[in-house]
Design a protein. Structure first.
Length: 308
């Protein structure tokens, strides 16, 4: 097996600890710190990733954020609060990007890294469900989404499903005017249903998400396009190829509206051709990718999308 640059970096950290020379108690502390370092390294690369390098398939960027590990690990070991960890991550993002980072992303990652630290039991993350005002309901949604991100990272998909069912209910009852947020959460619930094998329910959520995401003008159309792809893949996976055709047309319509790439004849030819090709291919495999949806209010919601 080829050793990546990131693995070499972690091995050098492990060697610098000189575990064999330590007393048993000190050795146990250093082993715990090493395990935490490896866990946070994985979270930064796969979940935080402000540069988007984790999606690159031809380049090994696993060590992209390892310069920030010692500071962040020490802060977690010292029992820094979620707010303090988020502030630290914001400083990192500004240094990396040269501009203001995403506070929402940093808040989520702060909870994730603290969860694996030695003080997690003393300072657990507990979603606050308060729906007295739209603002408090919005914060409740953010808290629940943060918890589902942690559950998804741990592969607890039934908890993710239950969490997003609650989120969708909150959006429907208190935030129905936030179409981007509501649509993103419906899309996420669809993905959670996919992971628990409830593909019919997943298709229903994707269809509802499309209705919400179609409201207003989307600057990059990313959420709408991703949700369409989710529904197309879901239907194709269940061999319902004919049902995918309208969504192929819609996807090309969105591209045409956003970028003016296609005339009607081209749109119809592409959509028909893709649909016909789908009947010849095996059903697509379903797997998750993280994206950031467009700003909704004052923050961001991270979502998992199902693409092939």
């Amino acid at each position: 097996m080829t050793t990546t640059r990131g693995q070499k970096m972690l091995k050098s950290i492990e060697a610098s600890m000189k575990l064999s020379t330590l007393a048993p108690e000190a050795r146990a502390q250093q082993v715990a710190k090493l395990c935490l370092t490896k866990r946070i390294d994985h979270i930064l690369y796969t979940q935080w990733d402000p540069c988007g390098v984790h999606a690159l398939r031809d380049v090994d960027c696993s060590d992209e954020y390892q310069d920030y590990l010692p500071t962040l690990v020490n802060r977690v070991m010292d029992g820094a609060t979620f707010a303090e960890l988020s502030d630290q991550l914001m400083q990192f993002e500004e240094a990396i990007l040269g501009t203001m980072g995403s506070r929402r992303r940093c808040d989520v990652i702060a909870v994730m890294v603290a969860h694996y630290g030695p003080h997690a039991d003393k300072n657990p993350f507990l979603p606050v469900i308060n729906t007295q005002t739209p603002a408090s309901a919005y914060l409740a949604v953010l808290d629940l989404v943060t918890q589902t991100r942690l559950d998804a990272y741990q592969g607890k998909w039934r908890l993710v499903r239950d969490g997003y069912e609650m989120v969708v209910t909150l959006c429907h009852d208190h935030l129905s005017d936030k179409h981007g947020l509501y649509g993103a959460c419906l899309n996420n619930l669809g993905w959670a249903y996919s992971k628990t094998g409830e593909l019919g329910n997943a298709a229903q959520m994707y269809a509802r998400a499309l209705d919400e995401l179609a409201h207003g003008v989307h600057s990059d159309h990313q959420s709408l396009m991703s949700c369409m792809k989710n529904l197309i893949n879901n239907l194709a996976h269940r061999r319902q190829f004919a049902a995918t055709l309208p969504y192929h047309h819609q996807r090309v319509d969105v591209l045409n509206a956003a970028y003016g790439w296609f005339d009607d004849r081209t749109r119809e030819a592409i959509a028909s051709g893709v649909a016909a090709e789908n009947t010849k291919r095996p059903a697509p495999k379903l797997h998750p990718v993280r994206v950031d949806v467009e700003r909704d209010g004052c923050t961001r919601i991270n979502q998992l999308i199902c693409v092939d």
